[in-house]
Design a protein around this ligand. Structure first.
Ligand SMILES: NC(=O)c1ccc[n+]([C@@H]2O[C@H](COP(=O)([O-])OP(=O)(O)OC[C@H]3O[C@@H](n4cnc5c(N)ncnc54)[C@H](O)[C@@H]3O)[C@@H](O)[C@H]2O)c1
Ligand SMILES: [Zn+2]
Length: 372
């Protein structure tokens, strides 16, 4: 493992949510200071590091080296293990070793580890202190922020959950060095989303630094991750329980979620499906005259620049529509969509018809007519 010597001046963002404000620390090499960061944040002496074998293979030794006394709980890798059964295994490890209310959980991993360990932290003894050390790009800019934790049920994704704010989130871009390129790219699409809903600068930066971004150059990644975190924090603090403003984070997610569901969550990484979803949402907006075509081009070009997406022309348009119909985002038969009239701005449109959406799917070659 190569956590380096570079301990740049870390950046701190305070998140005024939950009972006590939590802090997000962002800096290259921060993971090397995990122990002292937890000490300063007031974590008790019994700390349980929850991770998975994939992440632990790369970073376990170094992290245990700095967190000498922490106990380690490894859970199996993969979305299919984001279940109550896995949470139950975490409880078991905690109970067997007589963890108490002063114990804490430190989730070291991607969104799956964060959501699962976070849910255990939210519920064990009615809640123990939680830290996130996100190790995927998606987790660094999205899932570790906002306090949503939870697991899947066999009948649906993320059906069981809670809000539990981490006391501290420690974001170290050096941990991304080992992340497979496709996972990394999947996280980039969520950053594209932040750019679309809140920051043209962010999009410009993704477009002009693509090469160094893929090279995981921390100097380039740091400002991009920081800006993304700021945007997410901004949105969630306005709306902790997701009643209104937080909906803008769903930009690209109506069609994106449907694409994931009709392919049984096997074909796309989440961000890839969202990339298509953003293209669909902008197409709808352009067709309605809400967005200028040159704004759409910015998104289209950037998505192209970031690499190839999985194929979609074989899916069934009817199935995609059916899935969206059953999605939470349909109210009284009208589809709700987050649109970006201009890059960096949002507007919620609540009267998209199925036919409009079907025309968009056709124009983008998303799926085909059954038997057609
Ligand atoms: N709580 C929220 O607000 C929120 C928001 C968005 C997504 N999510 C959830 O996040 C999950 C997806 O998270 P994800 O995309 O991070 O996937 P993931 O956690 O499955 O990680 C992807 C893969 O990368 C591996 N990995 C992680 N870090 C690595 C590293 N540094 N080097 C090498 N390999 C590494 C993992 O072991 C895994 O195999 C989904 O379950 C989703 O529902 C939650
Ligand atoms: Zn998403």
């Amino acid at each position: 493992m190569t956590l380096t010597e570079t301990f740049n001046q870390p950046l701190r963002i305070t998140v005024p949510l939950g009972e006590r404000p939590s802090e997000i620390w962002i800096g290259a090499g921060l993971a090397e200071n995990l122990q002292s960061l937890l000490d300063t944040a007031g974590f008790g002496q019994r700390r349980f590091l929850v991770s998975n074998p994939t992440v632990w293979k790369y970073y376990g030794e170094a992290i245990q080296h700095v967190c000498g006394n922490a106990e380690v709980i490894l859970i199996p890798d993969g979305e299919r293990h984001k279940t109550v059964q896995t949470v139950s295994r975490i409880y078991e490890a905690l109970i067997r070793t007589e963890a108490d209310r002063a114990s804490s959980i430190v989730a070291v991993g991607g969104g799956v580890v964060g959501d699962t360990a976070g849910f255990a932290a939210a519920t064990f003894l009615r809640g123990v202190t939680l830290a996130h050390v996100p190790t995927t790009l998606l987790a660094q800019v999205d899932s570790s922020i906002g306090g949503k934790v939870g697991v899947n049920h066999k009948l649906g994704k993320n059906l069981i959950g809670a809000f539990h704010q981490p006391t501290i989130v420690i974001i170290d871009p050096l941990l991304l060095e080992t992340l497979p390129r496709r996972e990394f790219r999947s996280g980039l699409y969520e950053i594209v989303k932040y750019g679309m809903i809140a920051s043209r600068n962010l999009l410009d930066s993704l477009a002009s630094n693509t090469k160094s971004i893929f090279a995981r150059d921390p100097a380039v990644l740091l400002p991009i991750i920081t800006e993304s975190c700021r945007i997410k924090v901004d949105v969630v603090t306005k709306d902790e329980r997701e009643s209104g403003p937080r909906r803008v984070l769903n930009f690209g997610h109506t069609v994106g979620h449907a694409l994931e569901a009709v392919t049984n969550y096997r074909r796309f990484r989440h961000g890839e499906a969202i990339a298509y979803g953003m293209l669909a949402a902008t197409d709808l907006a352009v067709e309605r005259g809400l967005m200028a075509d040159r704004e759409r081009q910015v998104l289209t070009k950037l998505i192209k620049k970031l690499g190839r997406l999985p194929k979609i022309d074989d899916l069934s348009q009817e199935q995609i529509l059916e899935t969206i119909r059953h999605d939470k985002k349909v109210v009284n038969g009208r589809l709700h969509f987050v649109m970006c009239p201009e890059i960096g701005t949002t507007s919620i449109v609540d009267d998209v018809t199925e036919d409009e959406l079907l025309q968009t799917l056709k124009r983008l070659h998303i799926g085909k007519v059954e038997n057609g």
